[in-house]
Design a protein around this ligand. Structure first.
Ligand code: GLU
Length: 232
């Protein structure tokens, strides 16, 4: 197993992402990474080995994603660590894309170039190619091509303050904390959150304008009720 986290916090999310990744460590992993989005664009730090290898000068940004990887396709190296970037997009993925070889062949034939050996990198290429100015629609369109299991969190350099997450097979839960919004692989990693709401199979979470929305793959908002963490 392994984990992903997405976080929005006006106070900056670098420390919050690192804390969440430390809380995901118990699930097991071989490499880790984060991407943050600020007015200056995307910044990425990813390394083989422990989450502690990501510590250092804080990356700027109120919007970010993080990953602990359990390698299934490609060795546990810095390059194969997530996030993966294509153009304006950065993505973290938990799971296995069963049709990745076929998708990669199609993308290579279309002129895309790949940096990693992972199955995950095809997803960010599909999203970048589906993008026509609507971030949510691009992620939903990319996910429609996938067979296998995934929980993903995606940033778009055009869309400050915005994160799109999706799940099929791999778990995800949304959390609300004082001054921060999270989407994460499990409840223990939501330390500091007062409230949580599981993400259903096939559902999307869209963080935008300091709010968190559940949506179906057409972008229609889904009504949800958050529960207090620790309540019986
Ligand atoms: N299959 C992907 C990889 O090998 C994701 C693994 C994971 O879930 O951490 O990079």
């Amino acid at each position: 197993m392994c984990g992903i986290v997405a976080c929005y916090s006006r106070e900056g999310c670098y420390e919050k992402l690192l804390s969440a990744l430390f809380r995901l460590e118990y699930r097991g992993y071989d490499s880790a990474g984060i991407a943050l989005l600020s007015a200056g664009g995307l910044s990425v730090r990813k390394r083989a080995g422990g989450v502690k290898n990501l510590e250092g000068a804080p990356l700027a940004g109120d919007t970010g994603i993080g990953h602990t990887r359990w390698a299934t396709h490609g060795a546990p190296t810095d390059v194969n660590a997530h996030p993966h970037v294509c153009g304006k997009f950065a993505l973290v993925h938990n799971g296995i894309i069963e049709n990745f070889a076929q998708l990669k062949e199609e993308l290579l034939a279309a002129g895309e170039t790949f940096l990693s050996e992972t199955d995950s990198e095809v997803i960010v290429h599909l999203i970048a190619r589906a993008y026509e100015g609507d971030f949510f629609a691009a992620v939903a369109g990319g996910c429609r091509r996938l067979k296998g299991s995934y929980a993903v969190a995606v940033l778009c350099a055009d869309r400050p303050g915005e994160i799109v997450c999706a799940r099929s097979g791999s778990p995800l839960v949304a959390g609300r904390a004082e001054g921060a919004l999270y989407v994460c692989s499990d409840v223990p990693a939501l330390g500091g959150c007062g409230y949580f709401c599981p993400v259903g199979e096939g559902e999307f979470v869209h963080i935008r304008g300091g709010e968190l929305f559940f949506r179906d793959d057409e972008g229609k908002e889904l009504p949800k009720t958050f529960s207090r963490i620790g309540a019986a």
